[in-house]
Design a protein around this ligand. Structure first.
Ligand code: GAR
Length: 206
């Protein structure tokens, strides 16, 4: 954390960036004591980059194809994050699996958001997986990233009811509403130092 107790964030994205936007809005409204040091995208055309630029935040493109393998991709990312003295890495729709290079550099300091109630429906198309399975409730999960896919310690979850006529689009939209509130709440807990981890259980001070 910086001298002024401002948490230094980096946000990694691949697409629209609505979660990024919510984080920016909360910082600008003084509701999160944080600063976004950079936004890194693996897609040059991610709308999230435009959102960053509109708010004077540096956007960096790391195309998948610019790197020989996943570990060298992550090594470059770690360099950038260390240069910027990042306290917390926020994955906000970043559609890449991290290697031990990133996870080892930021243990329990990388958060991810997933559009389902983990451990159900890991991986891609979580909303469609939930519909296909026929669950009555789905939602979103904020978790720390470990070496598995969507397996890390769970920080917060929000539940969203699934209606009979929901499609992937309508369910995704409902889950996104919940995501925006839940992600900033989890980041706030981290900033306030209220999170500890006991084995894989996340304990939250009240
Ligand atoms: C979010 O719904 C997030 O849960 C999902 O990508 C979307 C990004 O939206 N992430 C994953 O599926 C990761 N496995 P956004 O770009 O509008 O924030």
């Amino acid at each position: 954390m910086s001298k002024k107790n401002i948490c230094r964030l980096a946000v990694l994205v691949s697409g629209n960036g609505s979660n990024l936007q919510t984080i920016i809005d909360h910082i600008e409204a003084g509701k999160l004591k944080a600063e976004i040091t950079c936004v890194i995208s693996n897609k040059a055309d991610a709308y999230a980059l435009e959102r960053a630029s509109r708010h004077g935040i540096e956007g960096i493109v790391h195309a998948n194809s610019d790197f020989a393998d996943r570990r060298s991709y992550d090594a470059r990312t770690v360099d950038i994050l260390k240069e910027r003295k990042v306290d917390l890495v926020v994955l906000a729709g970043f559609m890449r699996i991290l290697t031990d290079v990133m996870i080892g550099a930021f243990p329990n300091r990388i958060m991810n958001i997933h559009p389902a109630l983990l451990p159900s429906f890991k991986g891609l198309h979580a909303q469609q997986q939930a519909l296909d399975y026929g669950v009555r409730y789905s939602g979103c999960t904020i978790h720390f990233v470990d070496s598995g896919t969507d397996t890390g310690p769970i920080i917060m979850q929000s539940v969203v009811p699934v209606e009979q006529n929901d499609t992937e689009d309508t369910l995704s939209a409902k889950i996104q509403k919940a995501e925006h509130k839940t992600y900033v709440a989890a980041i706030k807990l981290f900033i306030e130092g209220k999170i500890t981890i006991d084995n894989r259980r996340v304990l939250i001070a009240d």
